[in-house]
Design a protein around this ligand. Structure first.
Ligand code: DHB
Ligand code: FE
Length: 283
């Protein structure tokens, strides 16, 4: 059976990709942000995951407003990205794991989640930037050292799935991964958030107190967040802060007790409160 090694949740601001491409990690604006990642990379080197199940939201690269699945699962041999207009170089496609993809598709449908299955799928900054932060390298030339399965969640176009529904999806995902007949070591990755709002009257909104409480609760009492409705979360975290649903799903997939490996929080990166949390499932 497969082993779930843990979960890493991180923000996915496009400007991070441009900063990596320009080698700005030690620049005074960027240094306090990038400083969060080495301890997590070190932990990943020890835990040696083979495949990452990446819970993220697409921003118009693969799905546009005309067709927006609530939950979609990738089942492709590889996942290319493309120019989204943010000034991020196009990287090599991320290799998939079709065996895990089809196992997840079958298990989630069996568990009554009516997902969309994607045998071709472009992945945007919300997928590639977290992987580039966790496995740094010249990914325009050097192959990725990890396979991945994308789980795409609609956090963009209302109506959004409820927090409770997302939590249940995460639990079903965790059960499915644990039941996968494979020697592989699997990492959950959840991307997006934390608080941010990119447009409208509250553009620039950040809620540090709520973000830090959310990160604490995600470790010790992950069900806490399910008391909130989607509109509560929009009010508390901003219209794009609801991307934290991806963190909730990744966390809910972890079986049993967890151990906090590392947490980091820095504001702002672009318009966003940048959070990072690594949880081990080995306790
Ligand atoms: C920003 C944040 C996001 O989550 C995103 O998808 C795009 C832009 C930002 O803060 O610039
Ligand atoms: Fe986003």
């Amino acid at each position: 059976m497969a082993t779930i090694v843990g979960a890493v949740t991180t923000s996915h601001v496009p400007a991070i990709g441009a900063a990596i491409a320009r080698g700005l990690e030690d620049d005074p604006y960027w240094q306090p942000f990038f400083a969060g990642y080495p301890p997590v990379r070190e932990w990943l080197r020890e835990r040696r995951p083979d495949v990452a199940v990446v819970v993220y939201n697409d921003h118009g690269l693969n799905f546009f407003l005309d067709k927006m699945p609530t939950f979609a699962v990738g089942a492709a041999p590889q996942y290319p990205n493309a120019d989204e207009g943010w000034g991020i170089p196009t990287l090599l496609p991320v290799p998939g794991d079709e065996d895990l993809s089809w196992h997840l598709v079958e298990s989630l449908v069996e568990a009554e989640f009516d997902i969309v299955t994607c045998q071709e799928m472009l992945v945007d900054h919300a997928f590639t930037i977290p992987l580039a932060l966790l496995w740094p390298g010249d990914r325009a030339r050097e192959p990725w050292p990890i396979r991945a399965v994308p789980i795409c969640v609609n956090t963009v176009l209302f109506p959004l799935p409820s927090v409770r529904r997302c939590y249940k999806l995460g639990e079903a995902l965790g059960r499915a991964i644990a039941a996968w007949e494979s020697d592989a070591r699997v990492l959950l990755v959840g991307t997006g958030g934390l608080s941010h709002q990119l447009d409208g009257r509250r553009a620039g909104f950040i809620n540090k107190a709520f973000d830090l409480l959310f990160m604490d609760k995600l470790v010790s009492d992950p069900q806490w967040i399910t008391q909130y409705g989607i509109l509560d979360l929009v009010e508390l975290t901003g219209t794009q802060g609801v991307e934290l649903l991806n963190w909730v799903i990744a966390r809910a997939a972890l079986p049993g007790a967890v151990r906090k490996v590392h947490a980091h929080y820095h504001i702002p990166i672009s318009n966003t409160a940048a959070g990072l949390l690594a949880l081990a499932a080995d306790s």
